[in-house]
Write a protein that binds this ligand. Structure first.
Ligand code: TRP
Length: 390
């Protein structure tokens, strides 16, 4: 089988990435042809305003891929934007994709809905906007020659101003949480590119006529759209595309150390590239069963995030740990120390491997991978253009 998957260039990775995606990718390397790429164009669909890190994030992410166990001798690694055929195919697939398929896509619907809520908030704050703008002008560090013109610029783009106010904390963040609006909504995803996200993703997959696409659950609807687009093309012109199957990663649900979703930006993620001390310190700050106040109090491992980690990282010991916790023999501090030790043991080989991987090595691998991907893509693109009579 040919397997294709991609990841947006988020930089250094954490154990959530390992269990959520990479581990599955590693297994699939056995007996399959595997292509893994950095979806840097997809990164632009949401954070096109903040692009300075894309290149460095790409390199750091690839270093972690290999440190975690992806094998350059078995897989082709490449960068999406280095294979221009994806853009060509995306353009063509866009022609045959009904807008309604994209409008019904859950990621898009959520964003749309949140944008509506933001618009609503804007109205709510409209009358207070002027004092807020005055306030911003006063605290602006730069000397502004024409303060009235500056205020006018601020006022003109209400959305932009509003978002800045929110981000700078002038408008209460609590309101956002109440309204369930996330930072993602400030990235101004009301764009053609974001709307077309699934079309580009379909191109990534169909470009190689992949049989299987390992993804997390959040990506299922995108793979489904890719299948529908493939069917539509085959029906309209000529059977050419395989219908790619999503290969779902069964993820053990691994929350961050503060029980929220694991994310580098929350500082609750166990990173591959951090020291043992940093890992231990994060683990020692983890929340446990709030009813277990003293060491001898019986705990409830079933609701404890630390125990959830033990199930993954303390395979030989976790039954004892469960007993110890329930009976009150094992205190939370001790329990977390065991976890920190096991986590560090699990991560040690990846950390060591990471040190041996240079940027040059990554650059070389990418050159080779980009070349191989281009070879497959160009052949398929040629056939697609022939089918279309282009
Ligand atoms: N959308 C995926 C994500 O955010 C990344 C991605 C882009 C992808 N193109 C793809 C995954 C093609 C699989 C196949 O995780």
């Amino acid at each position: 089988m040919r397997i294709v998957s991609g990841m947006r260039p988020t930089g250094k990775l954490h154990i959530g990435h390992y269990f959520g995606a990479i581990k599955n990718w590693i297994n699939l390397q056995q007996g399959n042809e595997t292509l893994f790429f950095v979806a840097d164009w997809h990164a632009l669909t949401t954070s096109y305003k903040n692009i300075s890190d894309i290149r460095e994030n790409t390199i750091q992410m690839l270093i972690d891929w290999i440190a975690m166990g992806l094998d350059p001798a078995k897989s082709i690694f490449f960068v999406q934007s280095h294979v221009k055929y994806h853009a060509e195919l995306s353009l063509i697939l866009g022609m045959i994709t009904p807008k309604s398929w994209l409008e019904l896509n859950p990621t898009y619907k959520d964003t749309k809905y949140n944008l509506l809520k933001i618009a609503h908030l804007e109205k709510e704050y409209k009358d207070t906007l002027k004092p807020l703008i005055d306030n911003i002008s006063n605290i602006t560090p730069h000397k502004i020659e024409d303060i009235e013109a500056f205020k006018k610029i601020l006022a003109e783009d209400i959305t932009d101003t509003f978002i800045k106010l929110l981000i700078e904390g002038i408008i209460d963040k609590g309101r956002l949480i109440e309204l369930n609006i996330s930072k993602r909504d400030f990235y101004e995803t009301d764009t053609f590119g974001f709307f077309g996200y699934p079309v580009l993703m379909a191109s990534d997959i169909l470009m190689y006529n992949a049989d299987g696409v390992p993804v997390g659950e959040d990506q299922l609807s995108h793979v489904e759209i890719a299948r529908e687009i493939a069917r539509r093309f085959n029906y309209l012109y000529k059977p050419f595309f395989k219908e790619p199957k999503a290969i779902l990663t069964e993820t053990p649900r691994l929350l961050g150390t503060d029980n929220r979703k694991m994310s580098k930006s929350y500082n609750n993620a166990i990173m591959i590239d951090e020291t043992e001390e940093e890992t231990s310190s994060k683990v020692l700050k983890m929340f446990t069963d709030p009813q277990k106040l003293r060491k001898n109090d019986p705990g409830r491992p079933e609701i404890c995030n630390v125990f959830n980690y033990h199930k993954i990282f303390s395979q030989n010991e976790y039954l004892n740990i469960e007993d110890g916790c329930k009976s009150g023999k094992l205190g939370c501090v001790e329990c977390k120390k065991i976890l920190a030790k096991n986590l560090n043991m699990f991560l040690a080989p990846m950390r060591e491997k990471r040190l041996s991987i240079s940027k040059e090595l990554i650059e070389n691998l990418l050159q080779e991978g980009d070349r191989k991907a281009n070879e497959i893509a160009s052949e398929n693109m040629k056939q697609i253009n022939e089918i279309l009579g282009l």
